[in-house]
Design a protein around this ligand. Structure first.
Ligand SMILES: Cc1ncc(COP(=O)(O)O)c(C=O)c1O
Length: 403
């Protein structure tokens, strides 16, 4: 038999995955480009910055290696590099507390699979990194939203407690947060850790953006809170701190031996993480450079430029994030996804248009995020200011404007 069989459906698991608005909007961006427009992409967290030179050099050096499978927990030298990295952040972990993963994405998946069973509930402050929903769904878990506090501050611990049911197994936080830039202070982690301890929950902490904090030291890690060794599972990545998303290196870290044994068993199923990628980041992890300071300064300047430019647009509000590299803006529009599509289809300012991320996907509560967009600060300040001007001019012309 040749050709495709009609009617043989893909799994319900996969068809139930939320379709991101970005996937729906991408063809419109391509069409706009085909019509000769410049599309300024504000929609994707793909940094435009170069990785540290030591990463590039180590990647080149690593090409001389034998390309055998790495141990499924990670190359010993790369695991040791993560141990050293955490020590520089005053966090003591051992090699056995670490499994190297294919980015934070795989770490998230392994963390959920190792701590929760199908039907379990995971509490998550919203808005949250949209893929959490699909990753949890594939594992058979249900995300239960908890609102962030006013001004995108950490969630009220009482609001977390109120949502705990017999099915609740974990609380999943992200600090600094994508999309809101919320940086959880030490006392916030202590309070949420207390909730986790009282209720016997895991505290899954996505610390992908740890160092990207604008007013102070890196965000405190959940691993640094005493008394939570059984509960804390950290999800980490080099994607953003080294601007090396393409290397696909992350890690999962916990001092809970049962969880790490489960993670190791799960990791064995996929055999290994790429050797060259592990070797490429090991040196930079073990010997932190001034590099990250430059990255933080770059994003601080960009975020300030975007926030100031958006503040000049009538009807637009946004708050300055404490870290990460995203800005969430509230717009006077009927539906931010419709506005985003209209921008690509209908609008240009001197040939330029922009692609933004509508925020409804970052919420589970119906209706929330419909007047919000996320802007990724992955361009130089001049381009970001230009993009904000395009948004301002578009809002003045948009037929679905409210207020
Ligand atoms: C909060 C958060 N967690 C995890 C990831 C996944 O990162 P990685 O490239 O390490 O898979 C991202 C990527 O944007 C993210 O923003």
């Amino acid at each position: 038999m040749t050709g495709r069989q009609a009617g043989l459906a893909a799994s319900r698991r996969s068809t139930a995955l939320p379709v991101s608005p970005i996937r729906r909007l991408m063809p419109l961006a391509e069409e706009a480009k085909a019509r000769g427009r410049r599309v300024i992409h504000l929609n994707i967290g793909q940094p435009d910055l170069d990785p540290p030179p030591s990463v590039m050099q180590a990647a080149v050096d690593a090409t001389g290696e034998r390309l055998a499978y790495a141990p499924s927990r990670g190359l010993p030298s790369a695991v040791a590099a993560w141990v050293t990295y955490y020590r520089h952040h005053s966090i003591e972990v051992e090699a056995g507390d670490i499994v190297i993963t294919g980015g934070a994405s795989e770490a998230l998946s392994l963390a959920m699979l190792a701590t929760c069973d199908p039907g379990d509930e995971v509490l998550v402050p919203e808005p949250f990194y949209a893929p959490y929903q699909g990753i949890a769904g594939v594992a058979g878990l249900r995300l239960v939203p908890v609102p962030l506090g006013p001004g995108f501050t950490h969630p009220n611990p009482e609001a977390v407690r109120e949502r705990i049911t017999p099915a609740t197994r974990a609380l999943l936080i992200c600090s600094p947060s994508n999309p809101t830039g919320t940086v959880y202070r030490r006392e916030d982690l202590i309070a949420l850790g207390q909730v986790a301890r009282d209720a016997g929950l895991f505290l899954l902490s996505d610390e992908t953006y740890r160092e990207i904090v604008f007013d102070g030291p890196p965000a405190p890690s959940a691993l640094s809170i005493p008394g939570l060794d059984e509960h804390v599972v950290v999800i980490d990545s080099v994607s953003k701190r080294f601007n090396a998303c393409g290397l696909r290196i992350g890690t999962i870290v916990s001092r809970n031996p049962a969880v790490m044994a489960a993670v190791a068993d799960l990791a064995e199923l996929r055999l290994a993480v790429p050797v060259i990628d592990q070797l490429a980041v090991a040196r930079a992890l073990a010997a932190p450079e001034p590099y990250i300071g430059t990255v933080v300064a770059t994003y601080r300047e960009r975020v300030a430029a975007v926030v100031a430019a958006l503040a000049e647009i009538p009807g637009v509000t946004c708050h300055r994030p404490g870290g990460g590299f995203y800005v969430v803006a509230r717009l006077p529009v009927d539906d931010s996804e419709r506005f985003a599509a209209w921008l690509l289809r209908e609008f240009a300012l001197d040939g330029d248009t922009v692609m933004v991320t509508p925020m409804s996907d970052f919420y589970l509560t119906p209706g929330r995020g419909r007047d919000e967009i996320r802007i990724a600060c992955v361009h130089d300040p001049a381009t970001l200011i230009r993009a904000a001007r395009v948004i301002g001019a578009a809002l003045a012309a948009y037929p679905g404007r409210t207020g």
